[in-house]
Design a protein around this ligand. Structure first.
Ligand code: G3H
Ligand code: 13P
Ligand code: ZN
Length: 307
């Protein structure tokens, strides 16, 4: 099928209480992996490109790969801009055929964030493009930081209510203690779960969890076996996904776990087969490792069979 409306995909996810995965993509193997797994598990999927991914791969290549790969699928696929910092980034992606964009003006004061987001919502409306915005600052909740200090970064439910009402945004990324990358927590993983329920109650729209990779021991051990060094890396435990989804998260962003899995598998080939120089035999196992991560996430997020 052609690219599916993410606005409609969210309506179903909110009603039936599951989360659609966002898988970040940068190249052919990542795009193929996401589409093959979505079709295999009949799951909705969002492929996302950051502005750095667009710079690396080229927007035309990304668009063409996603269009070609999704054309014969039955599971619904959306292509989304991740963390667009400027209105022009959103415009570039909408013009190129993306059917969802994130405008991330979360560093701006509330009024300015609302104003910028509203501008993108208006621009996107003509083409039925879905818009995600962010409120709050991502960052771990650590035991050695004063409660008042870390609470200042978390999304405030009153502000979220006003933000959604005044911006008209379709999906809202909220800060509840996660952060991007492989080092999310210094001690115990901790998420402000009650805040998810409260923000959902006040807004009713699709809520998004960024910085949600699991960074499991299994991924780290495999990478370490073949020479990677990531001491102190830590991510979101599996049980937290289920709780977050039950409380109102409808999209969960995964990039780091895919990178780690890919890197571990490629390292294994290069270490155990030092004479190998066929790129298909080096990158192929990387793609299979990403697919395994994706299958696992789709099942954990409750969206298998929802496509
Ligand atoms: O949120 C950030 C994503 O993981 C994308 O990262 O800008 O390195 O592509 P990137
Ligand atoms: P991770 O770094 O936890 O995979 O988060 C990715 C993300 O939020 C992309 O927007
Ligand atoms: Zn993010």
């Amino acid at each position: 099928m052609p690219l599916a409306s993410l606005i409609k995909m969210y309506e179903k996810a909110v009603k039936q209480s599951y989360a659609i995965p966002q898988f970040n993509v940068n190249n052919l193997e990542f795009v193929q992996a996401a589409l093959e797994v979505a079709e295999e598990l009949k799951a909705p999927v969002i492929l996302a490109a950051s502005t750095s991914a667009i710079k690396y791969a080229g927007i035309e290549y990304l668009m063409a790969m996603v269009r070609a790969g999704s054309a014969k699928m039955t599971a619904p696929v959306a292509i989304h801009l991740d963390h667009g910092a400027r209105v022009e980034d959103a415009k570039m992606c909408i013009d190129a055929g993306f059917n969802s964009v994130m405008i991330d003006a979360s560093k701006e004061p509330l009024d300015e964030n609302i104003r910028i987001t509203r501008e993108v919502v208006r621009m996107a409306a003509a083409k039925g493009v879905c818009v995600e915005a962010e409120l709050g600052r991502l960052g771990g909740i650590e035991d050695d930081v004063q409660v008042s200090e870390h609470e200042a970064f978390l999304t405030d439910p009153d502000e979220a209510q006003r933000f959604v009402r005044e911006s008209g945004v379709h999906a809202l990324a909220i800060a509840v203690g996660t952060s991007h990358g492989a080092y999310k927590f210094k001690h115990e993983p901790k998420l402000a779960m009650d805040r998810i329920s409260e923000i959902k109650k006040r807004t009713g729209i699709a809520l998004v969890l960024h910085g949600a990779s699991g960074v499991t021991k299994e991924l780290l051990d495999k990478a370490a076996r073949y020479g990677a060094q990531l001491p102190g890396a830590m991510g979101v435990p599996d049980a937290a996904y289920k709780d977050a989804v039950a409380r109102g998260i409808n999209k969960i962003n995964i990039d780091t776990d895919l990178r780690l899995a890919f890197m571990g598998a490629v390292r294994e080939v290069l270490t155990t087969k030092p004479s190998e120089f066929d790129p298909r035999k080096i990158l192929g196992p990387g793609k299979e490792a990403i697919k395994e991560q994706m299958r696992n996430k789709i099942r954990l997020f409750g969206c298998a069979g929802k496509g």
